[in-house]
Design a binder for this molecule. Sequence first.
Ligand code: 13P
Ligand code: SF4
Length: 303
Amino acid sequence: MLKDVQDRIIKLKRERDVCILAHSYMSEEICEVADFTGDSYALAVKARSVPQSTVLMCGVRFMAETVKLLAPDKRVILSNSDAGCPMAEQFGKDEILQLKKMYPDYAVVAYVNTTTQLKTVADVCVTSSSAVKICKNIPQKNILFIPDINLGSYVKARVPEKNFKLISGGCPTHAKIQKSDVLSAKSAHPDALFLVHPECRAEVVALADYVGSTSGIMDYAVKSDNKQFIIGTENAIVEHLQFRCPDKKFYPLSKDLICHNMKITTLYDVLNCVSGGGEQIIIDEATRIQAVKCIEKMIEYGG
Ligand code: 13P
Ligand code: SF4
């Protein structure tokens, strides 16, 4: 049954010239029908070079918008209209303009998990895998990092040569993890390495053996000689790793590490989208031209 649906999706995406991009938080059955899977940075870079006329983004809204900003001539479809990212909605453009007035000599460095409107007032975007490198590489010494205070604190500690101002936004899924969750997981699995996403709180990140993006965590676990891992990010990564490395053991840091927005896309949504349905992302050209600048800078400084 599942295989039948996957086969129909693969046939339809070829017939209708659709490229499927899937964020690593998508389920295994969706990743299996995708043309590319990866973290936010890899998907943004990929968006510029896919040959197909339609791109279906299986992820959340800001990811589909990023594709549209970078590839305006493509038809870009979001896998499920209800898939937002609560962090991306936390601050409006006007709040950031106020902050810019208060700190005129600071560059606004925006996590890519932001709306298109907010990107129109940012100087450069970053993702979790590129933030340290980009903050080091940009010429500005003063950085107003928005909106994730946890990723911002992580970057600040690794780029001591710059001055940071942070604001108090963040990912509700990662931020609910406490130090006590790590201590219990470590005591239940004393031989496991602890791999964590930098959207977690500083006291959680401080206990990690490795800190990185979703792709970074997966690469580290695949290459490591260790046999057991506690995974400190969305639990889809536990499932993917268990498929890829059946000889190793992966434990979720918490049963609560579930992003309901990422989970809302089903294989049937993918089928619906490759059949001609789904929400098409529309961005007016004036907004696009202004918002894409910070993403182009991200790719320029991120390499
Ligand atoms: P990545 O940069 O690891 O893809 O993170 C995206 C995200 O939304 C994590 O919560
Ligand atoms: Fe947004 Fe957090 Fe979900 Fe990532 S895990 S999409 S940051 S809510």
